[in-house]
Design a protein around this ligand. Structure first.
Ligand code: FES
Length: 218
């Protein structure tokens, strides 16, 4: 494990807008990424739907070197998502409920790449499964749309609602051009985004601590 890794805590309770942690600030590299890839609409989406919850961060030098980030998920309750930052990217960690997990089996036929076979953002072998994760309930994914790089927003509430189909089971909506993703980050068919959300290299340091940025050494 890197000694420059950072610990983060759960903050997004899935109840709508949450402020960015001012103590942590917004990384300049992340700002650059937002400006280059999203435009004004996406910035709004990031600010409200992908709160940064880091309690402290790696040094600038460590971040520049792509240091792994250590995240404590012990406070994350079923149905909640937190956002960490790794290499200037938002990394989502969501603890899915049993109902949300069950919904993943119902929509394979609606997905562009249900088994994560496409190679643009290769899914690590340990996440190439039905739930796209190491532990079934915990999803870890990079919150950047594979179309033009906006950050999708949470749409966890099932059912009909604006910009979503009537049989929606919960997932993510990219506000830029309407791509939709399920709760495993799998993109729906016939959307601008060509690929599923990236699953970053990661492993469990302990039952409730994840290291993002490295695969477990053999
Ligand atoms: S950037 Fe997500 S749909 Fe275009």
């Amino acid at each position: 494990m890197s000694d420059s890794a950072a610990a983060l805590t759960a903050g997004d309770r899935g109840r709508g807008p949450v402020s960015v942690d001012k103590a942590a600030g917004v990384d300049s590299g992340r700002r650059t990424w937002i400006a280059l890839t999203c435009g004004a609409g996406a910035v709004g989406g990031l600010a409200t739907a992908v709160p940064l919850v880091s309690s402290f961060a790696p040094s600038e030098r460590a971040k520049a070197a792509g240091a792994p980030v250590q995240v404590d998920i012990s406070a994350l309750k079923p149905g909640e998502k937190l956002t960490a930052e790794w290499r200037g990217k938002p990394v989502w960690i969501m603890r899915r409920t049993p109902e949300q997990l069950a919904s993943l089996k119902l929509i394979d036929s609606q997905l562009a790449d249900p088994n994560s076979d496409r190679k643009a953002y290769p899914t690590p072998p340990y996440a190439k499964n039905e739930h796209r994760s190491i532990k079934p309930e915990i999803f870890v994914g990079v919150g950047i749309c594979s179309h033009l790089g906006c950050s999708p927003i949470d749409r966890f509430q099932p059912g009909a609602q604006p910009s979503l189909p009537d049989d929606w089971h919960g997932g993510y909506l990219c506000p830029c051009h309407g791509s939709t993703f399920d709760l495993a980050g799998r993109v729906f068919k016939n959307k601008p985004a060509p690929d599923n959300l990236e699953v970053p290299p990661h492993f469990y340091v302990s039952d409730s601590v994840i290291l993002i940025g490295e695969d477990k050494k053999a």
